[in-house]
Design a binder for this molecule. Structure first.
Ligand code: RB5
Length: 147
């Protein structure tokens, strides 16, 4: 599984932690920035992550900002993206099983690095359950298609 990751300055430190986790888990990933703690605008990183996932260049994306809100709103504007803002392990698993989320958003100013690692690990390791969820996810896709 190939991953793309991006953050603004508010998520820069947590992104380093999550990249370390990806290394430990043996995932191949691309970091689209930002590359230091200078103040930047979160859509400039969340949208490129989402576009790479939507184009099928990578399997999944991870976006991080201070709250996770700005990056999740931005990523969800890209057609085909189901970005889940997650700050607990239960939701990390549930959004993979139920929503087939393809981008994970987290907020560095909301949770600590230990919990963020557990969330990312659970999200990366959980498969989509399909079945009854397929009809619901398809309704989101169908709505996008008529836009
Ligand atoms: C940056 O200060 C902050 O607004 C950003 O990281 C994020 O929390 C926005 O939703």
């Amino acid at each position: 599984m190939r991953i793309v990751i991006g953050s603004d300055h508010g998520g820069f430190t947590l992104k380093k932690e999550i990249k370390q986790l990806l290394d430990e888990m043996g995932f191949d990933y691309e970091d689209v920035g930002c590359h230091d703690e200078s103040s930047v605008d979160y859509p400039d990183f969340a949208i490129p992550v989402a576009e790479k996932v939507a184009r099928g260049e990578v399997d999944r994306g991870i976006v991080i900002c201070g709250t996770g809100i700005g990056v999740s709103i931005s990523a969800n504007k890209v057609k085909g993206i189901r970005c889940a803002l997650v700050h607990d392990v239960f939701s990390a698993k549930a959004t993979r099983e139920h929503n087939n989320s393809n981008v994970l958003a987290m907020g560095e100013r909301v949770i600590g690095p230990g919990l963020a690692r557990e969330i990312a690990k659970a999200w990366l390791e959980t498969d989509y359950a399909g079945g009854r969820h397929e009809r619901r996810v398809n309704k989101i896709t169908q709505y996008e298609e008529k836009e």
